[in-house]
Ligand binder design. Structure first.
Ligand code: C2O
Ligand code: CU
Ligand code: CU
Length: 501
């Protein structure tokens, strides 16, 4: 055994032993005698804003709250116009949205519009700070296709904790094709948001966020699954064909989603728009930040359980050992769907979809490497808690708010070669763009990854090439971020910033 290896076992062996105790939230569940699926699916409020022609105003208040995730147990939370999470915001391509974000949480925050093309000053990244008590306005025109986007805190070194406590929500874009598609589209009836988050709880009912060093390395994983803020609920389906808009809103957990009976479902959209046609699958991997819209046929009217299966995570070496030790790649029930009372749907699985045009690779001007890495054994100081913010890097550098890493030309398209030489997977995300995946280790992307995206999972030793267009806005002063969407990795420095000029 090498020296660093022995040190590794010493450090992680001890910490991981504690995990053999029953999980805290499982004991909360036992105490309250709650069986799985006894909670009702919660539909987040829909907020269409205040509309005057194409001008739409949203008033959002960041607030603190209390939630009862378990009966009789109060958990302190963060939310937007709600105790936990926020409303589903909805607007159309061509609209100019004006978002007033009032911060009432008693500490600095930001609100980022994930997946949007927008001016850098409206992005809501770590530079658009909203001091406690202040209101920030973001105004921009929606210039991209129908899709399921989201918003969340992007607080400097504090994104993970604020999102974990609830500072996030969905943002739907419609376009001129939305009403022409033959797809379920009635909010709350046959078109349903599913925000998937894993959380850990302390014995007193409060969230538990980041303890042992392995959690900082792997990102925060929890043992309780929340769907729209409710522990493993039952959705009573109203129609026999439903559209689920899945968001992996977790900090670090990657899901391998499937139904318990392995029935197929049909993926119709990825992060930033519809696919050319539905892709039939019986499991789909979803990394933090990624979305997928799926159609589920329930015409047999038998209840099904949406699960995540083991095998979501590819790891190598010691991180793999650690992941297993922590039991972070495991099976969970997520939600039950009960269609016994469902009415027959008038929709079928469509053959083709009205989808955004693919990008053309012939215009690409630059190939830019994006090398994600974690200083593992060399960085024992970091693992021991020394310098927390320099071990997670892109192209060898940890995030520095003062440093612009590069600039790109407005109107150009680049190829980014995203690679991962660490032992853990990293979901790579870019602000302001909808990109297209060219290949994974030289092979064509999976069928469900062929639509426009803003986040892509890169496994250890993988190289994923993406085609990235910078269409509209130039600003030499204000940058956009690119980063790993494992929020603990991001907070610890696996992030960079670029300007469009
Ligand atoms: Cu989902 Cu930089 O963000
Ligand atoms: Cu983003
Ligand atoms: Cu990462």
């Amino acid at each position: 055994m090498s020296c660093s290896r022995r040190k590794f076992v010493q450090i992680f062996g001890a910490g991981a032993a504690g995990l053999l105790l029953p999980p805290l939230s499982a004991s909360l569940l036992a105490k309250e005698k709650v069986s799985s699926f006894s909670n009702a699916y919660a539909l987040p409020p829909l907020d269409n804003g205040k509309r005057q022609g194409n001008q739409v105003t949203f008033n959002l208040t960041m607030q603190r709250g209390k939630m009862s995730f378990f009966p009789g147990v109060a958990t302190s939370t963060l939310g937007i116009n709600s105790p936990y999470l926020g409303p589903v915001l909805r607007a159309k391509r061509g609209d100019t949205v004006s978002l007033n974000v009032q911060n009432r949480i008693g500490e600095e925050s930001t609100l980022h519009w994930h997946g949007f093309t927008l001016p850098a000053v409206a992005d809501g990244g770590p530079h658009q700070r909203i001091a406690s008590g202040k209101t920030w306005n973001a105004t921009f025109q929606i210039r991209q296709p129908a899709s399921t986007l989201w918003y969340h805190s992007h607080q400097y070194h504090g994104t993970g904790e604020q999102v974990y406590k609830g500072m996030a929500g969905l943002f739907y874009i419609d376009d001129e094709n939305t009403s022409r598609q033959s797809l379920p589209t009635t909010y709350g009836v046959d078109d349903l948001p599913v925000v998937i988050q894993d959380r850990a709880f302390q014995r007193n009912g409060e969230f538990r966020y980041l303890g042992m060093m392995p959690e900082r390395m792997q990102g925060m994983h929890g043992d309780t699954l929340l769907i729209n803020g409710v522990v493993t609920p039952t959705l009573k389906a109203q129609k026999t064909l439903i559209r689920l808009r899945l968001l992996n809103g977790s900090n670090a957990r990657i899901y391998n989603l499937a139904f318990h009976d392995h029935r197929p479902f049909y993926v119709i959209a990825g992060d930033c728009g519809l696919l050319a046609s539905p892709v039939r699958m019986n499991r789909i991997r979803l990394a933090p930040g990624e979305r997928a819209e799926v159609l589920v046929d329930l015409s047999d009217r038998s209840p099904v359980i949406l699960k995540t299966l083991k095998g979501a995570i590819q790891t190598t070496g010691m991180m793999g050992m650690m992941m297993n030790r922590m039991n972070n790649d495991r099976e969970f029930a997520i939600m039950q769907i009960d269609p016994r009372q469902a009415e027959s749907s008038s929709y079928r699985i469509p053959g083709v979809l009205l989808h955004p045009a693919p990008l053309s690779v012939t215009n690409a001007v630059v190939t830019r490497p994006m090398k994600m890495n974690m200083a593992m054994m060399g960085g024992m100081g970091m693992m021991g808690g020394g310098s927390r913010h320099d071990g997670f890097t892109i192209n060898g550098r940890s995030f520095d708010r003062q440093r612009i890493d590069f600039s790109v030309k407005r109107g150009s398209t680049e190829i980014w070669e995203v690679s991962n030489s660490s032992m853990l997977p990293h979901p790579f995300h870019v602000h302001n763009v909808q990109f297209q995946v060219l290949d994974r280790n030289g092979r064509p992307p999976y069928a469900h990854e062929r639509g426009l995206k803003d986040t892509i999972l890169v496994n250890p030793d993988e190289v994923v090439r993406i085609l990235v267009p910078f269409r509209y806005y130039a600003d030499s002063q204000n940058p956009y971020m690119y980063h790993c969407h494992n929020l603990e990795h991001e907070d610890q420095g696996m992030m960079g910033q670029f300007t469009v000029v």
